[in-house]
Design a binder for this molecule. Structure first.
Ligand code: G3P
Ligand code: CA
Length: 265
């Protein structure tokens, strides 16, 4: 791995949260323990992961609602029990050397990483999984993460995000101490002032596709007292450009930015 090829100047990375998208998925199979471990080694501030629900109600970590792209399974996640999902190979499609990687349970990731690195949990395809928000809330309540939930200026150990605004709204009520983000779909740009005000009424972060971001939008989000993270950066020059817009966080497959410059590690 040529880590330095993605390293930005410490001056630019200062104060910007670095989030490893699906773990350090530029270097290891996405949403696996291998990718999460690398995110820690690379000193990312957070790992981002995606959550679905198994047939028997377990919160499982993978991106798609189907199994084909990243595993040797077939069909919908929701049609498989955890016992079936846990037997699948979630690494070989990335690279055969990763054949031992499995679909993690969210609980396994929390057990291993909560407190060591921030965890940004995305609820995916919520229409397929009625009640998934409550299940997530109950799981998070098992961990002592609300104590330093970022309300005092520190970064929160756990954050939540979703494209589904009703899910985010629910979690804002249900877990008020856990910071939450709304993901804005590219089709929605430009965001109207009314939409922005509405989102800001329940979300702490308004997370935008980097291609839609400009100084004006960053300024408008900040004017609402909210933060903005840009997704998903895979190119060093784009990271530099987006950093200069004044974003609060960068979600990237290559979380090596700040590798040396992040003084908190
Ligand atoms: O964190 C933002 C990003 O993860 C949203 O897109 O498809 O990679 O989950 P996606
Ligand atoms: Ca995601």
């Amino acid at each position: 791995l040529v880590l330095t090829s993605f390293m930005l100047s410490p001056r630019l990375s200062e104060g910007i949260t670095v989030i490893a998208h699906r773990g350090a998925s530029g270097f290891a199979p996405e949403n696996t323990m291998a990718a999460f471990e690398l995110a820690v080694e690379m000193k990312a501030d957070y790992l981002e992961l995606d959550v679905h629900l198994s047939k028997d109600g377990e919160l499982v970590v993978l991106h798609d609602e189907t199994l084909e792209r990243t595993t040797d399974g077939v069909g919908l996640v929701k049609d498989h029990t955890w016992a079936e999902l846990s037997a699948l190979d979630a690494g070989s499609k990335y690279e055969p050397a990763f054949h031992d990687e499995r679909i993690p349970l969210l609980r396994e990731v929390m057990d291993r990483y909560a407190g060591r690195i921030g965890i940004l949990i995305e609820l995916k395809k919520t229409a397929l999984y009625p009640g998934i928000e409550e299940k997530l809330a109950e799981l998070i309540e098992d961990y002592d993460v609300a104590v330093a939930a970022g309300r005092d200026g520190r970064e929160a150990p756990v954050m939540i995000q979703s494209f589904d605004r009703e899910s985010v709204r629910f979690l804002a009520q249900r877990l008020p101490d856990i910071p939450r983000a709304v993901l804005v779909h590219p089709d929605e740009h430009p965001l109207s002032a009314d939409t922005l005000t509405d989102l800001a009424s329940y979300a702490d972060y308004i997370n935008c596709n980097f291609e839609e971001l400009d100084r004006g939008l960053v300024r408008d989000i900040h004017a609402q007292g909210r933060k903005v993270m840009a997704w998903t950066l895979r190119d060093e020059r784009e990271m530099e450009r987006i950093a200069r817009l004044g974003v609060d966080g960068i979600i990237t497959d290559y979380p090596v930015w700040g590798y040396e410059g992040n003084s908190r590690h």
